[in-house]
Design a protein around this ligand. Structure first.
Ligand SMILES: Nc1nc2c(c(=O)[nH]1)N[C@H]1C(S)=C(S)[C@@H](COP(=O)(O)O)O[C@H]1N2
Ligand SMILES: [Mo]
Length: 201
């Protein structure tokens, strides 16, 4: 474990555990190793100091996520738009500190950067009252898509994130682009975006 990950990890555990680590200086991770075996996705683990739930390989998107023909499609009633990752990166970017809160029992805050979803919806001429469906590159699995009520979709902190914790999204965190929205469980923070569309009213 690198020093950086170690610091992040220690910052995330309770004082009693920190004391235990101090008492067993030099073998802190031997002490914690059995815990890690049973709960591998603890705070600070995974690329970019953020745990991973479902890797790109497990989701079967490794190739499609790197495909140069990738576009984020945004389909409104009035327009059907497609953005390359560079085009998204060229739009105004917004930063937000928001957690991924997984039902499997971890929650980790991260620093996200990307395009406001509402800016894309507005460009496609969508009304602020519509329900939004977001689909990923993943072809099967329960979390391959999500729907979003208008108050979440138009929230100024709901992002199509391109970066996390100061770097380009890791493939396992949803490269080329993912959703991050406030107040939503991790299962709804869709990774590897493909299409965004307005559902018929
Ligand atoms: N396309 C897709 N998005 C997904 C998932 C998935 O399996 N497929 N898992 C979700 C779950 S359960 C969680 S907790 C978060 C985890 O995001 P992370 O791996 O970047 O931490 O992604 C969510 N987004
Ligand atoms: Mo999750």
């Amino acid at each position: 474990m690198t020093d950086m990950r170690r610091r992040v990890f220690l910052a995330g555990v309770g004082a009693s555990t920190a004391a235990l680590v101090a008492l067993t200086a030099g073998q802190a991770f031997d002490v914690l190793a059995p815990v890690n075996l049973f709960a591998p996705r603890v705070k600070g683990q995974g690329p970019q100091a953020l745990p991973v739930n479902r890797t790109a390989a497990q989701a079967g998107v490794t190739e499609s996520a790197h495909d140069t023909s990738w576009r984020l499609e945004v389909r409104g009633a009035g327009a059907r738009l497609a953005y390359t990752r560079d085009e998204l990166a060229g739009m105004p970017q917004t930063e937000a500190v928001l957690p991924i809160a997984c039902v499997e029992g971890w929650s980790t805050s991260a620093h996200w950067r990307g395009v406001r979803l509402r800016d894309l919806l507005a460009e496609a001429g969508m009304a602020q009252s519509g329900t939004i469906r977001i689909e990923s590159l993943q072809s099967r699995g329960p979390y391959r898509e999500t729907t979003m009520p208008p108050h979440v979709a138009w929230d100024p902190l709901t992002l199509v994130a391109l970066e996390v914790n100061g770097g380009v999204l890791d493939l396992d965190h949803g490269y080329p682009a993912r959703i991050i929205a406030p107040g939503r469980p991790g299962v709804l923070q869709t990774k590897w975006l493909a299409t965004i569309e307005e559902l018929p009213a």
